[in-house]
Ligand binder design. Structure first.
Ligand SMILES: CC(=O)N[C@H]1[C@@H](OP(=O)(O)OP(=O)(O)OC[C@H]2O[C@@H](n3ccc(=O)[nH]c3=O)[C@H](O)[C@@H]2O)O[C@H](CO)[C@@H](O)[C@@H]1O
Length: 335
């Protein structure tokens, strides 16, 4: 069985799909909107996207579809339903967005990567399956931290803080951490700092000499997680799933500009079990640096505490969402 991706027409989607080496089709799709002009654009794109997906289902004789939410899922799921193709929706965040609530009504099965936050509108009958991680983001138990650090040009025996903020980087995290470098807060720790494509928020010099290694994007997240003794991250669904599966004690600054604060709620299960600490992104670099200095003082200097955090994550492994989805597909195809 061969997977085929359905993506939006944004150039970034095409680039990611191409890099994956899988077949893909870009369909028209636009965000749902109640404003007249954007609403018309949504309707027109929805119709076109649905018929493009119907054609694709016919051509490829697709036997099942997995939708991961967002505005592309709407027309694609509607097409699968019309064609009689079994379709599951996986809602990735702890607060399901409007597009996912709309799409869930048309899906034959609904899954959620995280438990839905108590005050959010739940998706009816959603089964919590864990975040479906890609294999390349989880280091095998046998991978050695020293070898992973050498891969990035880090000192193999030095404690390592992994800093990264999702696929686009984060200005406020870079700004805060730049101040911590200046103040020497990280002590003898080195960093693996994934700065994002423009390294926004760091000065033109980047990170100080001897602080560690900075790179704009990391294409070996499995090794990055294995190299790390602690991580400083946002709390996107993928990041939380990966920190947990790799059992890396984490300090998380949820993205502060989402109305539904889904990143904060994504991190909640990890915070509850003692594997992560959430710090509110106050946007102001000095205030963020101050908060982080305090949190790091209690985590970086305390080996026993970090070991406890990692052990808590190992003791409560997240469910294997990818395996659960593979089982779902097998059940549809075998049926
Ligand atoms: C700003 C924003 O709206 N972000 C949303 C976006 O997160 P976004 O997709 O940016 O971030 P996630 O944390 O979900 O995943 C990041 C992924 O990028 C990978 N990675 C990152 C950096 C790097 O250098 N190399 C690399 O491979 C990570 O391994 C991970 O697999 O979708 C998520 C799922 O709906 C939401 O929870 C987030 O709130």
């Amino acid at each position: 069985m061969k997977p085929h991706l359905v993506v939006s027409q944004r150039p970034l989607d095409a680039q990611i799909a191409r890099d994956s080496g899988l077949g893909f089709t870009a369909i028209p799709a636009a965000p749902l909107s109640v404003r007249p002009k954007a609403g018309l654009k949504f309707l027109s794109a929805y119709r076109k996207g649905k018929s493009a997906t119907l054609k694709l289902i016919e051509e490829t004789d697709a036997q099942a579809m997995i939708a991961t939410g967002g505005f592309v899922s709407g027309p694609a799921v509607a097409a699968a339903r019309k064609a009689g193709t079994p379709v599951s929706l996986v809602s990735l965040d702890a607060v399901p967005g409007r597009a996912n609530r709309f799409t869930a009504k048309k899906a034959s099965d609904v899954f959620s990567a995280f438990p839905t936050h108590a005050e959010a509108k739940p998706l009816p009958d959603a089964e919590v399956i864990g975040f479906p991680l890609r294999r390349a983001a989880v280091a095998p138990e046998s991978a050695k931290p020293q070898a992973a650090r050498e891969y990035f040009g880090l000192e193999p025996g030095r404690k390592t803080l992994l800093i990264f903020a999702g696929s686009q980087g984060a200005r406020t995290i870079n700004q805060a951490i730049a101040r911590l470098y200046e103040r020497g807060v990280l002590g003898d720790w080195q960093v693996l700092h994934v700065t994002g494509p423009s390294a926004e928020g760091l000065g033109p010099e980047g990170i100080p000499q001897g602080a560690g290694v900075a790179l704009p994007f990391c294409d070996r997240m499995d090794l990055a997680w294995r190299a790390a003794d602690t991580a400083l991250t946002r709390a996107g669904a993928g990041t939380v799933g990966e920190a947990w599966a790799n059992a890396v004690p984490s300090v998380m600054l949820p993205y502060p500009f989402h109305n539904d604060e889904h990143q904060k709620h994504n991190a909640a299960p990890l915070v509850d079990l003692g594997g992560a600490v959430v710090v509110k992104d106050l946007i102001d670099p000095a205030e963020n640096a101050q908060q982080l200095a305090q949190v790091f003082a209690s985590i970086l200097g305390d080996d026993a505490k970090r070991q406890q955090m990692a052990q808590a994550m190992r003791d409560h492994r997240p469910p294997d969402g990818a395996q659960r989805l593979a089982d779902w597909v097998t059940a549809q195809v075998g049926a």
